[in-house]
Design a binder for this molecule. Sequence first.
Ligand code: ADP
Length: 452
Amino acid sequence: MKVLFAASEIFPYAKTGGLADVAYALPLALKKYVDIARVMPLYSFMAREALCFYDNFTITLDGDNYALKIWQHEEKGIITYFIEAPYLSQTDSLYGDSLADYKENALRFTIFCMAIVELSMRLNITLIHLNDWHTALVAFFVKKYDLTTKTLFTMHNLAYQGIFDRAVLKILGIEEHYFTMDALEFHGKVNFLKAGIAFSDCITTVSMTYAQEILTETFGCGLHGFLEVHKKKLFGILNGIDYGMFPPLKEIGDKKTAKELLYKKFQFVKKELPLFVMISRLVEQKGLELLIESLDLLLSQNLYLFILGKGELEYVKVLKKYARLYENFYFFEAYDEALSHQIYLAADFLLMPSTFEPCGLNQFIAMKNGTIPVVHEVGGLKESVHEIKALCGRGISYTEQNKQEFLYALKRAQDLYEDQERLKHYQHFNLQCDFSFNKSAQRYLELYRSLV
Ligand code: ADP
């Protein structure tokens, strides 16, 4: 079996969130068992020195030809192919700027999908593992051209569907008869994610809880009915992380040193206070509304709060305002991988008040760094962070997404901090956890085998 793993972002080449981490880690865990390669776009900002030229070919959409160059790079025994194409490779960022998504995204990612299909034929691929809407049309083209290649489609976040005006169908060379409710049509628009759901041989999402949640109106982002129709081929498999990429804490003492360094760097003078952190994209999903609503009460307590994040302008403005008002709050507006590692290690508690969370990776990274997650009990968080009780449990979790519950969870965290012996017990307990991809890779393998 030859597998091609397709994603719009892969660590370390390009990353905006968890998808890149998974696209790095899962193929690494699978490579012991299957012949696997990856494919992603070549973005304009990526360094090219280390890449080798592999091939070139042309694809056609609605009579227009697009000349593509394919590059490759091998790391840790896995080849990643990079598609260089007009539009796809000509933007400054992956999906858009701070104001809006790029208007050519439908064309950009359709070219990407066509290129994946062509490449998979040249490589004799048995199964293409697709990820999110950027790759979803591959399943459509495979069925349209009656190819024997199998497709498995993983949905990392249903909130992002790739929805475009009906007019794009013409540019993409997709016939109008596919514009139906059981295929690409969604409230008068074209929906790429629907193509992945409808035409893939198997669909998965990134936790068992989220696989159930998306069948409900609350979490289904308008697709719960459509998913219900396809639920026989829907599975939930919990994500994992690569511990080479996020090295676990070696000794609990290292945590103290990391905290002292961070407090010194950011001039936090009250060394005895607990450190709560959040490392996140600043979007509604991550619970920013609830957090902001709770900030006055939260920051009037004896604790430090550090937020490392990048995202929507409105949230940035408010957080900056609070950072000016409160000495015990530091807001670092950036996407900074190295700083994130220092913070995971230095923190006592990691906040994840997400309104929904398909899986979430931050909690996995935190636990192996001896940091206790404080989470809203949804999606993958429900599955991986159980409330500490007796001598078991991995974190603090609350069920209702409101200020009262959130602040009460923070109170439990502070109480735990007051009892350092108890805190140490749970830190040690978390260090034993295994949220690597080993177990989940086996589940993907079973699905691959059931399809070919
Ligand atoms: P999502 O994909 O929804 O953003 P995940 O929890 O699946 O959330 O993955 C988030 C990943 O991105 C983690 O590796 C996290 O450490 C990282 N991350 C998020 N925000 C930042 C930031 N501002 N700086 C550095 N890393 C970040």
